[in-house]
Design a protein around this ligand. Structure first.
Ligand code: G1P
Length: 280
């Protein structure tokens, strides 16, 4: 059973300035719910009740969001506004939240390595990048789909999707042998390749299941693209030593780290709110 989910959330969110000047990008709302809450709900649905968040400076709003706000709760007690807090209260009741700072921005691999103190190095764990918002109305969430796959293969798994060739430079890109419909045994992965160096157009999105040997591998990985410690590079080492799978998930993914994706997600959620609610 996978119980722990790590949320790297230390980035500055510069693409959303000035909104993110004093507010973490993970707190940007799609309708009335912040991105990170969608992520935590997805993790909980997948069976995780230990939520570990890698924070940075100026991220206090995340900690506050998953804590009781006594004045507010007192103020709205007994009014119809209380119903707006049902989902977040339920999450706070069911999950434990732990936090640690990533003091320097040294890449996603480094952020995940910081999580070792929170998730330990004995069991597999999930990783969710909250600005990749995923939804699968009427079916299992993406993380739950991946946990089911983990139960069969017991190895690290990354969620992937096909992207247009001219977009590959924004992602980690994999190639591999398709061993089942939509499931690839990875033989190569490159972080943000130039179009002519990309091994395919199968891009990694912000959902991972990692086996704990990844920590040792990260500690032996050298900085890669942009001088940062890349989880993509560590996963390639893991793939060469054993097995890492790429999984074409079912559902939709919105890149809420970009303005276009954020607006698209907002419109989608606004137009499909009833359909999405039914899944809960
Ligand atoms: C990170 C990963 C990249 C992955 C992407 C998914 O990049 O490094 O491999 O494809 O998330 O969103 P970032 O978008 O944080 O630069």
């Amino acid at each position: 059973m996978i119980k722990k989910c790590l949320f790297p959330a230390a980035g500055y969110g510069t693409r959303f300035l000035p909104a993110t000047k004093a507010m973490p990008k993970e707190m940007l709302p799609i309708l009335t719910k912040p991105l990170i809450q969608y992520g935590v709900e997805e993790a909980y649905e997948a069976g995780c009740d230990v939520i570990s968040i890698i924070t940075g400076r100026g991220k206090r709003a995340i900690t506050d969001h998953f804590d009781i706000s006594y004045e507010l709760e007192h103020q709205i007690q007994g009014t119809d506004k209380e119903s707006l807090l049902i989902d977040i209260r339920a999450l706070m009741e069911k999950c434990t939240f732990t936090y640690t700072p990533q003091n320097e921005m040294k890449g996603l691999g480094d952020a995940i390595y910081k999580g070792k103190a929170l998730v330990g190095d004995e069991s597999p764990f999930c990783v969710i990048l909250a600005d990749d918002l995923c939804v699968n109305p009427g079916g299992d969430g993406v993380m739950k789909q991946m946990v089911k796959l983990y139960e069969k293969y017991r190895c690290s798994i990354v969620a992937i999707m096909e992207v247009p060739k001219d977009q590959v430079h924004k992602y980690g890109v994999i190639s591999g042998k398709e061993i089942e419909n939509g499931i690839y045994m990875i033989d190569n992965m490159v972080e943000k390749p130039d179009i002519d160096k990309a091994p395919s157009n199968l891009a990694i999105i912000g959902r991972y299941i990692l086996t704990p040997d990844i920590f040792e591998i990260i500690s032996n990985t050298k900085p890669g693209k942009n001088g940062e410690l890349q989880i993509t590079d560590a996963l390639l080492t893991q793939a060469k030593k054993g097995m890492v799978l790429g999984y074409k998930f079912k559902g939709k993914r919105f890149d809420c780290g970009s303005l276009d994706g954020f607006v698209e997600a907002t419109n989608y959620y606004y137009n499909n709110i009833e359909k999405i609610k039914k899944v809960k």
